[in-house]
Design a protein around this ligand. Structure first.
Ligand SMILES: Nc1ncnc2c1ncn2[C@@H]1O[C@H](COP(=O)(O)OP(=O)(O)O)[C@@H](O)[C@H]1O
Ligand SMILES: [Mg+2]
Length: 207
């Protein structure tokens, strides 16, 4: 299964999510972002005594397609797409089995989500494919309960569906990442771990 974490906007939690998913799924990562956040995190992982994840960094759409064409269907791989629009990023969206789009629950985020939906619409039309995007509320206040604004927005966007899972703003997500670790590697209780595990279940089911 190819899981692409995508949004044309930056700062919504794509790299953070891709990292924890890769460790949760025990899967390699394709890092398409020129910021190379995950390559950096992977080096921290080694410094802290853990075995590095496999990170693939294709430079051109051709190189990317060649790699993904040979990827076995029964193996998982996570793709972290850069927060911008490009042919490479569009290819990563088109070939995905599951597309997860993290978004923050703020009215100011709506324009960005709209823009990304336009891109999905364009890819769907051009490729004559019905692309379905799973929108994930991320970094929300741990006490927030009402997400009706986002629910209504996503409801009105043809290619988008809101996921049941939600990731709250949790120190475990960024603290663990700063050590190059994933929340699923935590021992003992952790709300972040619980939320990520629920998300992984939902992703597996959504195929
Ligand atoms: N659920 C979360 N809890 C705590 N911090 C988060 C969460 N999601 C994202 N962040 C933080 O928000 C910032 C942006 O996340 P990042 O993954 O770099 O976004 P993107 O890859 O979309 O640009 C980072 O500092 C990250 O640690
Ligand atoms: Mg990123």
């Amino acid at each position: 299964m190819i899981i692409t974490v995508a949004h044309s906007k930056g700062g919504v939690g794509k790299s953070l999510l891709a990292w924890h998913l890769a460790i949760g799924f025990k899967a390699p990562i394709i890092d398409l972002d020129f910021q190379k956040t995950l390559v950096y995190t992977n080096n921290l992982r080694k410094v802290n005594g853990y075995k590095k994840l496999k990170i693939i960094q294709p430079e051109t759409p051709e190189e990317f397609i060649e790699f993904i064409d040979e990827w076995p269907e029964d193996k998982n791989i996570i793709i972290d797409v850069g927060g911008f629009d490009s042919n490479l990023n569009r290819a990563a969206i088109y070939i995905a089995d599951v597309i997860v789009t993290p978004t923050v629950d703020r009215v100011t985020e709506m324009a960005g989500l709209y823009r990304f939906h336009k891109i999905i619409e364009e890819i769907s039309t051009k490729m004559n494919a019905d692309i379905s995007v799973s929108v994930l509320l991320n970094d929300v206040s741990p006490t927030a309960k009402n997400f009706s604004v986002m629910e209504e927005l996503v409801d009105n966007l043809e290619y988008f569906t809101l996921m049941d899972s939600i990731l709250a703003h949790r120190a475990d997500f960024y603290r663990l990442m700063e050590e190059g670790r994933g929340v699923t590697e935590l021992e003992g209780k952790s709300k972040a771990k619980k939320e990520l595990k629920k998300l992984i279940k939902e992703i597996k089911k959504s195929r």
